[in-house]
Design a protein around this ligand. Sequence first.
Ligand code: MG
Length: 170
Amino acid sequence: MLSKKIVDLLNAQVNAEFYSAYLYLDMANYYKDEGLDGYFNWYKIQAQEERDHALLFMDYLQQNGESVVLEAIKKPDKEFKAFIDPLKAGAEHERLVTGLIHDIYAVAYEEKDFRTMQFLDWFVKEQAEEEDTADDNVKKFELFGSDSKGLYSLDAEMAARTYSTPSLTL
Ligand code: MG
């Protein structure tokens, strides 16, 4: 049985993951408007991944007999003035999400809630990957994004990303 504190934190994380999906969709739309269809593709897929994360937190709550409470999702309010802005905002956002996951983990650890710790292990690893990928996106843009040929190649690379469902099964 999960504690009330853990249930509340997991419900809040459902919302945080849907917000992440919203934020990445907003970034995808920015790139669409700017004509960078590869970046649009990459961020749209990133949004799909975040929705999947939200569903995993829902599944976990329900598997433990808990009700899911869906709250309003905050409007994405980041302003993008240059192509690199969403990349930097994405890296910053992933660090924030890592903090949220670690905070839940810390409570589960304190409560000796081994089940939740094991569930969260996948997300701890996933966040390390997300941060690494987000930093790579910034680095690559800084290296190659300043001229049109480089940008064209980067956009083509981002276009190649395909969607796959998360590897975590409950
Ligand atoms: Mg996520």
